[in-house]
Design a protein around this ligand. Structure first.
Ligand code: SF4
Length: 338
C-alpha cells in the first residue's frame, strides 16, 4: 500500500495509541481533580477497544507508512495484561519503534515484563524532583521515590534511551528545572522540557503561565553550555541540544512559541476507537462500527486513508486566531494521550 500524505503533504509515520482514559494521577495541567473527581464517568469497558482491535488498527496504519507506535493513556500501566498487547504490536510488520509514555509510578513492577514482550523504550513524565512540587503537580500526593524506582527499573531492563518529560508552568515548577536537568544528567537520561499547552478545556490555561523555551534554554545553558543538534528524524517533536561536557542531551518541546505543525506526522487513536488528527482535536472519527462490523480491515483501511488524506490540522500555528472547527470543546489530554 502506498504511503499516504495529508493535505499539507505530511506523511503518516507515528500512531499514538491511548489504551485507557483512566489515571492514578491527577496532574493539574491534564486531569485536575476538580473535573476528574470521584464522580467522573470514565469510558465504560464495552466502549474500550480490545487488544485485538488495537492491533488491527496498528496493522492497517503500518500499511500506510506508520513506523512508530507510542502506547499512552491516561496511564497505560493501569490496563491489565499490557505485556500481551505489547507482544502483539511488536510482531506487526513495519513497526520499527514501539514506545510507551507513563507517569512511572507502577513502572518498577512491569518494566522487565514489558521489555521481554518487545517494548523498545519509555518516556516518563517527571515534572519535578523537588518532593513537594512533585506531589502538588501529580494531584494525588504520590511520592517521588516511586517514580524514580520506575525510571531505574526501566533503565535496568534496557527500555532506553529514556526520556523524561516535564511540563513547565510559570510559578509552579520552573524554579526546579536545574535540579531536573541535574537528575537527568546524573542518570544519563534525556530531559525534555515542554511548554505548557492548552490541550483540552479543564485546566484554565493562560499564556502567562507558559515559560518560553528560549528562557528555559538560557537558564540551563548558563549552568551547562549547550550546542544545538539537528532533528533525529523528520517530524521529531523536540528540538535537541547536546551538553558540551558530553553529559547527554536536552530536548525542548515548543508548541506555543515555535510550533512544528509543518512536520507533524502523528495520528492518535483514543481508547474508545476514535481517530484524532491533532492533539488539539475537537472530535475524532469512530472506527468501532468498522472494527466491529462486517467490513473487515478493508473498511478500516479505507476510512483511515480517507481521514489522513483530508487532514489539514495546524492548530499550534493558528492558536492566536483559533476558531472551533466543529464547535465542540477541545478533547481532553487524558483521553488523547498527549
Ligand atoms: S498542533 Fe496538531 S498539527 Fe500541530 S504539531 Fe500538534 S498535533 Fe500536530
Amino acid at each position: 500500500m502506498p504511503d499516504v500524505q495529508d493535505r499539507l503533504g505530511r506523511p503518516l509515520r507515528d500512531l499514538r495509541v491511548s489504551i485507557t482514559d483512566r489515571c492514578n494521577f491527577r496532574c493539574t495541567y491534564c486531569m485536575p481533580r476538580e473535573t476528574f473527581g470521584p464522580g467522573f464517568r470514565f469510558l465504560p469497558r464495552a466502549d474500550v477497544l480490545t487488544f485485538e482491535e488495537i492491533a488491527r488498527v496498528v496493522r492497517v496504519a503500518a500499511g500506510f507508512g506508520v513506523r512508530k507506535v507510542r502506547i499512552t493513556g491516561g496511564e497505560p500501566l493501569l490496563r491489565r495484561d499490557l505485556p500481551s498487547l505489547v507482544a502483539q504490536l511488536a510482531s506487526i510488520e513495519g513497526i520499527e519503534d514501539l514506545a510507551m509514555t507513563t507517569n512511572g509510578a507502577l513502572l518498577a513492577r512491569y518494566a522487565w515484563d514489558l521489555a521481554g514482550a518487545g517494548l523498545k523504550r519509555v518516556t516518563v513524565s517527571l515534572d519535578s524532583v523537588d518532593e513537594d512540587t512533585f506531589r502538588l503537580m501529580n494531584g494525588v500526593g504520590i511520592e517521588l521515590s516511586a517514580v524514580i524506582a520506575g525510571i531505574d527499573a526501566a533503565a535496568a531492563a534496557g527500555l532506553g534511551p529514556i526520556k523524561l518529560n516535564a511540563v513547565v508552568q510559570r510559578g509552579v515548577n520552573e524554579e526546579g528545572i536545574l535540579n531536573l536537568a541535574e537528575f537527568a544528567r546524573g542518570r544519563g537520561h534525556t530531559l525534555r522540557l515542554i511548554e505548557y499547552m492548552d490541550v483540552g478545556e479543564s485546566h484554565g490555561w493562560m499564556l502567562e503561565q507558559v515559560v518560553p523555551a528560549a528562557e528555559l534554554l538560557r537558564t540551563i545553558g548558563q549552568r551547562w553550555p549547550l550546542e544545538e543538534l539537528p532533528a533525529g528524524y523528520p517530524g521529531e517533536v523536540a528540538s535537541r541540544y547536546r551538553y558540551q561536557d558530553g553529559r547527554g542531551e536536552l530536548g525542548l518541546i515548543t508548541s506555543v512559541t515555535a510550533p512544528f505543525c509543518q512536520s507533524c506526522t502523528r495520528l492518535r487513536l483514543s481508547a474508545d476507537g476514535k481517530l484524532h488528527t491533532c492533539l488539539f482535536s475537537t472530535g475524532g472519527r469512530d472506527l468501532r462500527p468498522l472494527l466491529r462490523g462486517e467490513g473487515g480491515d478493508e473498511a478500516v483501511q479505507a476510512e483511515l486513508g480517507a481521514i489522513w488524506r483530508s487532514r489539514s490540522d495546524r492548530y499550534s500555528e493558528q492558536r492566536a486566531e483559533w476558531k472551533p472547527r466543529s464547535g465542540g470543546p477541545k478533547v481532553e489530554m487524558s483521553y488523547l494521550g498527549g
